[in-house]
Design a protein around this ligand. Structure first.
Ligand SMILES: [Zn+2]
Ligand SMILES: [Zn+2]
Length: 350
């Protein structure tokens, strides 16, 4: 039997925290449930999941459908697409059965790449490697989640670049049905016709559009994410803010806008898996707390102030105690209010 390998290469960078990563997690589950009751898919489909942020990690090696269980997606700092592509190619070398004179190998692998951000690493060498050795023997479908992705860059490695325009629950749910339908039609086409070029399902009624990658695109950075450490438990958490553009509201300055970042939420992250998936080193990108609207409570211990900035530039949580110790650098002191100018904090890699 010839296998139809399906890879999910999933961006698990910090900006995905909260609803997007939950939606992708749910989506994986429904894809698998739907495919399992499809006789064609059940016969041919094998699934693998690779997550990437600053680093890449294989969460599930190529597994036949009935044995596959969707893994829990971790979160990390950075969006190392070059690293992720190299990781994928190494895995393809290991896992894909090539056709020889004796055996008929696997069908063309299908790779669904989901990403919501701009690469933070140098991806050029990886893209060259992909284009010279892998592109023709794989079906890569690149999906931009939201409008913060350089789709022109994705066009360098894929002829199928699509953008999921909205990221609400319903858009995600329809999108994952589309992924499932595309896998089903391809598994029928390999079985009945022996052709393994991907058959993408129609996108009508879905918030998904095919992108013309010859055109330059405007990239909007929609989120600011800060890494906090809980003073009580020592655990890490991420604080996510969404960018807002609104009118300045000053007479005579109509047409001028101002920008700030509104709190989306604060989410605990597992220290170990976060570290394992994160790019090392500081980002050298700052954001001023004066631009941030809303302060979360600590998602780890419930402390009232989840965003207190130490002199070291890092964020931690503070409760009712007046004496506090920064869990990052150990500095101790009595908490005094941050001045009107705000404080600069390190931004995560996103
Ligand atoms: Zn805390
Ligand atoms: Zn400190």
């Amino acid at each position: 039997m010839r296998r139809l390998p399906i890879y999910f290469l999933i961006d698990a960078s910090e900006s995905m925290i909260g609803e997007p990563i939950e939606q992708v997690q749910n989506g994986m589950r429904t894809i698998i449930q739907d495919l399992r009751v499809d006789p064609y898919a059940l016969e041919t489909v094998f699934v693998s999941v690779i997550a990437f942020a600053g680093k890449a990690q294989n969460l599930s090696p190529l597994t036949e459908l009935y044995k596959f269980y969707p893994p829990t997606l971790p979160i990390g700092g950075g969006t190392s697409l070059g690293t992720a592509m190299n990781y994928l190619m190494d895995d393809l070398d290991k896992s894909i059965q090539k056709t020889t004179t004796e055996v008929k190998g696997d069908w063309k692998p299908i790779i669904f790449l989901f990403t919501d951000g701009t690469p933070t690493d140098d991806y050029k060498a990886a893209f060259d490697r992909w284009n010279s050795k892998y592109k023709r023997s794989c079906n890569l479908v690149a999906i931009s989640i939201g409008d913060n992705v350089n789709t022109q860059m994705l066009g360098q490695i894929s002829d199928n670049v699509l953008r999921l325009k909205d990221t609400d629950a319903e858009s995600f749910s329809k999108f994952f049905k589309w992924v499932t339908a595309s896998i089903k039609t391809t598994s029928v086409s390999v079985t009945d016709c022996g052709t393994d070029d991907i058959q993408l399902a129609p996108t009508t009624g879905i918030n998904l559009e095919k992108v013309d990658t010859t055109k330059a695109c405007k990239i909007d950075e929609n989120f600011a994410v800060l890494l906090g450490k809980c003073q009580t438990t020592g655990k890490n958490y991420l604080i996510k803010y969404a960018k807002r553009i609104k009118p300045l509201g000053i007479e005579g300055l109509e047409g001028f806008n101002c920008m700030d970042f509104k709190l989306v939420g604060a989410y605990p992250v597992d220290n170990e898996s976060y570290k394992a998936l994160s790019q090392e080193g500081s980002t050298n990108r700052n954001i001023n707390t004066a631009e941030l609207v809303g302060v979360p409570t600590c998602p780890c211990c419930g402390n009232q102030l989840g965003l207190v900035v130490c002199e070291c530039g890092n964020v931690f949580c503070v409760g009712e105690e007046s004496h506090n110790k920064c869990p990052w650098c150990g500095l101790e002191g009595e908490l005094s209010a941050i001045g009107a100018g705000g404080a600069d904090v390190n931004r995560s890699r996103g």
